[in-house]
Design a protein around this ligand. Structure first.
Ligand code: ATP
Ligand code: LTN
Length: 333
């Protein structure tokens, strides 16, 4: 094995991927694949913490893989697999459950948020979700975990649990670091820009789906909620400016230009012009990805082959960590 570091990340097939998922996570994954051994999974086991329609979950899992590929993840040099194809995730999660405190889990923002949105189904899986996520990462001895800002709290708990385990049993786990993109780590809802853009938002106007038609994308951006001040300026932390801040971040992330540069272009101009240009830039970013996606999704045999090959590699790598853990805690191996 060479000395390249290991990157692990994943997305839940809980809906159509949004521009937030792309700019916050996948775009960064693409740029890391040159320099690291990358493992990118479809987190179906996490997805059932919220009730799903089985046929849809099955379909979306392969759609997400097709989208990873369409965004530029190279199947030859990276491992891509479906989480439930590797039983080691559930096995390590059980052990880690016994090293994680209730109090730690109770503080998780995502748990509080999802349990208030799904009050009829606050299940134990939703509560221990970060433990399964820690298992995902630690099984592969990942050095880096590229995610959006909302997931940093889960990376922190993963590090805490790994450090606790290592303190008792010696160096079993690599302590991973979260990696945020420079811009785009926190894309906000287009309708309520103080809330993150989420694929499970009940209002489709709040998010740009990577599956939206190009004219729908443009329309959604043009009707994004802004303010009545009429000045295109980035003011971090100022909630009245949240809509414009968000559009500036989006423009910067899709064009690769700095926010300052973008702001300079719009001195003295109105929101109408700006929104029109942001819409065009986002459409130009998504259009080629969609074309690639449409081609790849038609080839189910290819997608299945990638998952099978990926699962074999994932099982092989993770077996080493799981064996070590079982031995350390005193199981007969
Ligand atoms: P759900 O609404 O079902 O919880 P989600 O849209 O929040 O889903 P996840 O599957 O939880 O998406 O996230 C996948 C990845 O995309 C994570 O790395 C997450 O941090 C990132 N991400 C999600 N939403 C955003 C966003 N609005 N801005 C930046 N990154 C995001
Ligand atoms: N919780 C993540 C998805 C996820 C993940 C992971 C991300 C599950 N396991 C391991 C990185 C590493 C989310 O985005 N909701």
């Amino acid at each position: 094995m060479d000395d390249k570091k290991i990157v692990f990340s994943g997305i839940q097939p809980s809906g159509n991927l949004t521009l937030g998922n792309y700019l916050g996570a996948i775009k960064n994954w693409v740029s890391l694949q040159e320099d690291y051994h990358c493992i990118y999974a479809m987190m179906d086991m996490h997805t059932i913490t919220v009730r799903q329609t089985p046929a849809e979950l099955r379909r979306r899992t392969l759609e997400i893989l097709a989208l990873y590929l369409a965004c530029g993840i190279d199947a030859e040099n990276n491992i891509m697999f479906i989480q439930s194809h590797n039983p080691a995730h559930a096995e390590l999660a059980w052990v880690l459950n016994c090293y994680t405190y209730m109090g730690e889990l109770q503080r998780m923002t995502q748990f509080k948020d999802k349990s208030s949105r799904h009050a009829e189904n606050i299940n134990a899986g939703l509560f221990t979700y970060p433990v399964l996520m820690a298992a995902d990462i630690l099984l592969y001895q990942a050095d880096y975990v590229p995610v959006g800002k909302d997931q940093m709290q889960h990376i922190e708990i993963c590090r805490d649990v790994a450090q606790r385990f290592n303190a008792i049993y010696g160096d079993v786990f690599t302590i991973p670091e979260g990696l945020l993109p420079k811009v785009g780590a926190n894309i906000m809802s287009l309708q309520n820009p103080v809330k993150k853009m989420s694929k499970s938002d009940p209002n489709p106007k709040a998010y740009i789906s990577m599956m939206d038609d190009m004219n729908v994308i443009a329309k959604k951006i043009k009707s994004a909620v802004t303010d009545s001040e009429g000045v295109i300026e980035y003011r971090e932390g100022d909630d009245t400016k949240a809509g414009i801040n968000n559009l500036l971040s989006i423009m910067s992330a899709v064009t690769g230009r700095s926010i300052d540069d973008v702001v300079k272009d719009y001195a003295g101009k109105g929101y109408g012009d700006f929104k029109g240009d942001v819409a065009e830039a986002v459409v130009e970013c998504i259009r080629p990805i969609r074309a690639e996606y449409d081609r790849i999704i038609a080839d189910k045999a290819y997608l299945t082959e990638i998952c099978q090959k990926g699962a074999e590699s994932a099982r092989r790598i993770s077996e080493r960590t799981l064996k070590k853990v079982y031995k350390k805690v005193g199981f007969v191996v």
